[in-house]
Design a protein around this ligand. Structure first.
Ligand code: AVJ
Ligand code: FE
Length: 452
């Protein structure tokens, strides 16, 4: 059985025996990660490190609760293990900031609970035909639960980043490019024409990624790399945070209310050197890394300062997936095969984004780099269903948020597991959030006679 860290979501057409192996390996990998993120003393697990986040012990038991609901009760057909705790771990019943007040399971109880659930979930995996009803077809419910645990692991990683005090996590630095990037603002021209967006065939794609449909975009340019800290620092130094004209009304109101002056976790010393705090370590801001921990509003203000704009979600996806040689859209930027360590910075293998240019093997057919991994990228699109959307299997994953005050994020971060990302994957958050691993890249319209 493979547990190598880069195994991605199950591919279309995976036979049930291989599917079982992949699911078991991915469940094991997510649990190893959850365990590492919660291998802390009880006080660390039970305290609230930020009002934006749950106590870590809530995430742990919530992971078990969702797994019990879908894999043990529904797929496995078993009775509830602890029906009395269901409400505590229902994200819709309690806001993140209020969860610390609840009579939560203790860390020891939570660990015992998730282990017992896991036992029964593995039993369900071996009994399920992984075909027939939609929930079990191609292992969907199992893939959904793997992704759910990994999503909460990324959330827990963000909680670690918010926590005060010295480092608790450790990882080697990401790779550096063999050939340094000379122009971090380099652009790629994406030709006008139809391309496929979303998917109908990806076995573990969530409801919001479905169905596949054609979009027909005019030509545009998109930057080959996410915007770096070096470029972002120029915007800060140029007074970008004080220039009202660069901000939308909502963006300016937020910037003033919160007193934003730089990305979260940055500070400037008396000499004007920028420092950042990263998982308990204070270090110089590396100029060639993608900027991270910015709001949608900050990304938009930067874009206006640079004379460009954020890509729409459709533009982002076409740049990531479209192969002009075949007219086809790929599962991943580099093709249809799983992520590898040389294709993308995913899975918390490193505790930071990699410098731009570090993943030439991961570039898309059009030549756009680092679209998966490193930083989530804000897009200039709200959170809406695709034409033909059908809610499945529960409304509180995607549907409950459609039309709300959200912007789409694409591509995953260094903290996103490979099994929980693909070029069709859609994420969303409030435009004022930046405790997530959020960055962005720029785009602009192509000008006839100049760019074309
Ligand atoms: C899709 C990342 C916005 O973390 O709020 C986890 C994922 N949904 N449990 C979130 C999710 C239910 C969700 N995001
Ligand atoms: Fe959840």
């Amino acid at each position: 059985m493979t547990t190598e860290q880069t195994t991605g979501p199950a591919a279309p057409g995976t036979p049930p025996e291989r599917m079982r192996e992949r699911v078991a390996a991915l469940l094991e990998r997510s649990r190893a990660r959850s365990t590492r993120l919660t291998d802390l003393d009880d006080a660390e697990l039970q305290s609230q490190h930020s009002p934006l986040m749950s106590p870590l012990v809530w995430d742990l038991a919530h992971i078990g609760s969702q797994e019990e609901l879908w894999l043990v009760r529904d797929v496995g057909g078993r009775e509830p293990l602890r029906p009395e705790i269901d409400g505590l771990y229902d994200a819709f019943q309690h806001s993140r900031s209020s969860r610390v007040e609840l009579p939560l399971l203790t860390p020891a109880e939570a660990r015992a609970y998730v282990a017992e659930v896991r036992d029964k979930a593995l039993d369900a995996l071996h009994r399920s035909p992984l075909s027939g009803r939609p929930l079990e077809h191609e292992g969907f419910a199992f893939g959904m639960i793997v992704q759910h645990e990994q999503q909460h692991d990324e959330t827990m990683l963000a909680t670690h980043q918010l926590r005060a005090g010295g480092p608790l996590l450790d990882a080697p630095p990401p790779p550096r490019p063999d050939v340094p990037v000379t122009d971090p603002a380099a652009e790629v021209l994406v030709p006008a024409g139809p391309s496929e967006m979303g998917t109908t065939t990806e076995p573990w794609a969530l409801d919001n990624e479905r169905p596949a449909h054609t979009v027909d975009l005019p030509a545009y340019l998109i930057e080959a790399y996410p915007v770096t800290n070096g470029r972002y620092a120029e915007f800060v130094e140029a007074g970008g945070y004080d220039d009202r004209r660069l901000w939308t009304d909502a963006g300016w109101a937020h910037r003033v209310d919160e007193g934003l002056v730089a990305p979260r976790f940055w500070s400037r010393d008396a000499d004007g050197t920028w420092w950042r705090r990263r998982f308990g370590v204070v270090e110089r801001v590396p100029v060639d890394e993608p900027v991270v921990h910015v709001t949608f509003h900050e990304a938009q203000a930067f874009a206006r300062w640079a004379g460009k704009r954020l890509p729409t979600e459709a533009e982002w996806e076409k740049a990531a997936r479209f192969d002009p040689a075949t007219g086809r859209s790929r599962r991943f930027p580099w093709g249809d095969d799983d992520p590898t360590a040389s294709r993308a910075n995913l899975g918390q293998r490193h505790l930071q984004p990699a410098p731009v240019g570090a993943y030439p093997e991961g570039a898309s057919a059009l030549g756009v780099h680092q679209m998966l991994g490193d930083v989530w990228e804000w897009c200039d699109s709200g959170w809406h269903p695709y034409p033909g959307f059908r809610m499945f299997p529960y409304p509180e994953y995607s549907q409950a948020f459609f039309g709300g005050d959200y912007a789409v994020l694409r591509g995953g971060s260094f903290g996103t597991d490979p099994a929980a990302i693909r070029a069709t994957f859609r994420n969303w958050d409030h435009p004022v959030r930046r405790q997530i691993f959020s960055g962005f890249r720029l785009a602009r319209d192509a000008r006839p006679g100049i760019d074309l």
